[in-house]
Every structure is written in structure tokens, then in C-alpha cells.
Design a protein. Sequence first.
Length: 417
Amino acid sequence: MELPVELFLALRYLRPRRTFVSVITVLSFLGVTLGVGALIVVLSVMAGFQQRLTEKIIGFNAHITVAMTDGAVLYDYDKALALIRQQPDVLAASAIIRGPVLVEHRGEMTPAFIKSVPVDGDDPVLPIKKYLKMGEWELRGDSVIVGTEWSKRNAAFPGDKITIYGAAQVQSFVHRNDKNQVIALPDEPIIRGVFQTGQFDYDLNYLLVSTEMAQHIWGMKDAVHGIAVRVKDLDQAEEVKDRLNKILPPTLHARTWMDDNRDLFNAIGIERVVMACILCLILMVAAFGLCSTLITTTIQKSREIGLMKALGANNLQVCGVFLFHGTVVGVVGTISGTVLGLLILRYLNVIRDFLLYAFHIQVFSSSVYGLPEIPAVVNPTQIVIIDISAVAICVLAALIPAVSAATLAPARALRYE
């Protein structure tokens, strides 16, 4: 099959030779390759962070939380529970208590948070029994389940006894001089199990207890902090929240998991856009390199261009030679960059471990990012958009020298030949 003359000449100009032009051409290929690869890796990792955070947050927390508008505790919550459960898009709802406490183990005090969960752990509102990694799921009586990071940091394991000081003990201390004041003794539960969600903050700071124990720790008797709600479709959480705010009393207010974590996800979104813009500069640098390469080629090949036009080649054909040149560089560089990016994503955590053990370079800290490994989500649509954009940038970069070559007068090019 015979190639079009424009493509034939473009490939011939790309033929590697020991000249300055060939070196710049190789650098143009590398620039496009690195730019495309970096964009794919960074945007995939940022998407992975967002997805993993979403999974962990909605796995450990309710889709919607209903609480008092003024932040007070909620009494007589049975009516609100029944009203919420009647909504067609609500899967389940249950009372919840969550708040700060002090935990003593072997004479050392550490701050933590308690979170009330169903005794059997199979409640559809907070199905967190799947996160149990050690011991057994037992919350009846004086029992507690701790996170893996808290367990490691405090050397507390199943079978150990801890002491939890909560709001009840604070109230007893404040009113210690009152007559007939009942002193609230701290709870001393036994660790029955250890859970691991993969979210560092949860695994380090949270202790899971039954609702009855949480009420005793906080001295709340029959009150709770709020009502946890899980909806059938996560995408409808905003609609369900708006509906609940209309039917619930003014003293109650519903908010979604996104409302509680909006700042975090906004920050991730902004970082994702900024990183994409910064990495696009790599493609722009490669495009300028390609443009300079073609300008140099135009000057060096002015005799051939003049001869082509003298033999009858029109401006469009001459322009096509350099546009094909830019297209070939863009396509080959984009393909190699895509392959490079996918390979890096495939062995991302292997590369991280190699850099850590070989050069002591820590590129990802679990304690900082709250995840055990670098997450990544490969989005085919996103990769296609990156590839098309990279090729388009290369073609546009070739347009200026292509127009310059097409407007070259044959008589001027062959004047001294």
C-alpha cells in the first residue's frame, strides 16, 4: 500500500539521524510521553483518593444524620425514628451516640471517641461488622471494640481491660460539692475485638460500644445525640435530606455525609484541578519543543519545499507534511505515555516500597493520608480525553511551521540552487 506523499515525507523527516533535528524530535516524543503519563497517573490517584475516602466515610458513618438544631441531646426520639422510617427512600434508621472520652490503659491516658453501634453489628444503618479483624464481635455487657491503630499505639488487645472516662465523670467532678450528689464511676469494659476500616483516623480514634454503655458513659439516660439514616440510593441522599427537613420538627435538622465532609472533598477537587493544570504545562513544553523542531526542519528543508512547489505541490500538500509530522509525534508519544502511565499505576505501590527501602524516600505515609496504600482508579473516559487533548496540542503546535512552509515562495527557496 502506497502512503500519501505528505505522510511519506513526514515519516522521512522523523527518521533518526545523527543530527540536531533528530535529537529534538526524540525529546519531543519524550515530552509528550511524560506529560501524558504524568496526567494519567496523577488524575487516577486523585480519583482513587476520592473514591476510597467516600467508601470509608459512608461505610463507617450514616448517609444522613438527624440531630437537634442547637446541638443538644435528643429525648423522645422514638417518634422521630418512626417518622423517618416511613419515608419510601429510607432503608433503615437507628439512634446513635458519638462523642469524645478519655481512655486509661496501664496507667496511660489517651483521648478517643466512642461510637454506639448495634450489638450484633448487622444493622443496615451501620454495617461495620465486616471490618472486624481480630477477636469477636461482642458488645453485650461491659465490652468494647477498638481500632487497629489505637490497639497498636496503646498495646491493648482482646482480653485487656480499659477504663473510659466520659461526660458523666466530668459532671460528677463539677458537682462534687453538691449535697446528695451521686458519684458516677468510670466504665471498665473489656476489649472483645479489633476493627480495621482502612481509614487511619477511624482506626486510631474510635472505640465501638453498645448504645446502653454509651448512654452510661455520657450520663444521658434515655437520650441520644442523633439518628443515623441509611438511604436505598446514595445519589438520592440530598433529596431525602430535603424531604426530612420539611417533615421533621423545626428543632431537628438533617444533614448528609457530604455536608459533614464538604471541605475535605472540595479540597480534593481543587487539588485535582490544579494538578491537572500544572501537568498540562508539561504537554505545552513538549508542544513548544515540537514547534521549534518543525521550524528548524522548515529552514533546513527549504530547498526540498521549494522543489515540491516547483513540481506542482500546492500549499495544502506542503502544509500536510508538517501537520502529519506533528500528528505522528503526538500519536506515538500519547500511546507510549498511556502505556507508561498504566504500567506505573499497575505497580504503583511496588514502586513506593522500592523507593522507601532502597533510597529511604517516603512518597506516601499512611499516617498522613489515612490509607494503607496509594489508591488509584483508572477511568477509560478520562484517559481518552487526555489522549485526544495531547494529540490535538501536538497538531496545533505543528500548525505554525506548517503554514510557514506552505507560504514559502519556490523562487526564493531555489534562488541559489
